[in-house]
Design a binder for this molecule. Structure first.
Ligand code: PLP
Length: 223
């Protein structure tokens, strides 16, 4: 087994049944992705549209690409062309653009609404209040070509495990509230993406369905 295959096996052995592993492959070469693929990994996460567009044609067709980065408006088409899921929808305007491009391409794209709960200002996403407001005025619902599957979030970059646990708990309670209030008739609103290399066990304890793990699989990124 290669180190990448070993890392994947070790993580999967600890993940509860039904929790999906997104292998975050940004900044890693296609050879590393193929090692993961050969170990059975099928969901890969990328955070730059151009990198996604260049890697996708080099990988087998059954790979599912999840876009996890801040998506600029001029890159929406590229992301829609290649991603099966866009996890990082952080505004109503972005969702409308994704819808428009998806319709043009005759596709339906799964999306997650990104919630901002971390302390860092630089992280993007809706605040809880903004998200509830946008759902209430129906800015986010009923758009063709997109299917809202759930929510994504990142915890603060901190060693304070209790802080991280509080943030994931807030995401989970917001997810449950949003599902009950706005998506009760849609069983496909079922995805809660949270947890990265350093905090995924805490995220799983708080109901994550998709963990996004890069460093713990592929090693450090070379920027
Ligand atoms: C890079 C990235 C990850 C993976 O981070 P690691 O610490 O390398 O596991 C997960 N989620 C998002 C949104 C990222 O940008």
């Amino acid at each position: 087994m290669t180190p990448i295959a070993q890392h994947i096996a070790a993580i999967k052995a600890q993940l509860p049944a039904g929790v999906e592993l997104v292998a975050v492959s940004k900044f890693h070469p296609v050879e590393a992705l193929m090692e993961a693929y050969d170990a059975g990994q099928r969901i890969f996460g990328e955070n730059r549209a151009q990198e996604l567009a260049s890697k996708a044609p080099q990988m087998p067709a059954d790979v599912q690409w999840h876009f996890i980065g801040h998506l600029q408006t001029n890159k929406v088409r590229l992301a829609v062309q290649h991603a099966t899921m866009i996890q990082s929808v952080d505004s109503a305007r972005l969702l409308a653009l994704i819808s428009k491009e998806a319709v043009k391409l005759g596709r339906t794209v799964d999306v997650l609404l990104q919630l901002h709960v971390a302390q860092e200002e630089a992280k993007t996403g809706f605040s809880v209040e903004e998200l509830l407001a946008a759902l209430t005025v129906e800015e986010l619902q009923g758009l063709p070509g997109v299917r809202i599957r759930g929510m994504m979030a990142m915890a603060s970059l901190t060693d304070d495990r209790q802080q991280i646990a509080r943030e994931f708990a807030l995401v989970k309670s917001t997810f449950d509230l949003v599902r009950e209030e706005f998506f009760a008739d849609e069983p496909t609103f079922d995805t809660l993406s949270m947890g990265m290399s350093d905090d995924w066990p805490i995220a799983v304890e708080h109901g994550s369905t998709h963990v996004r793990i890069g460093t713990a699989i592929f090693g450090p990124r070379q920027y």
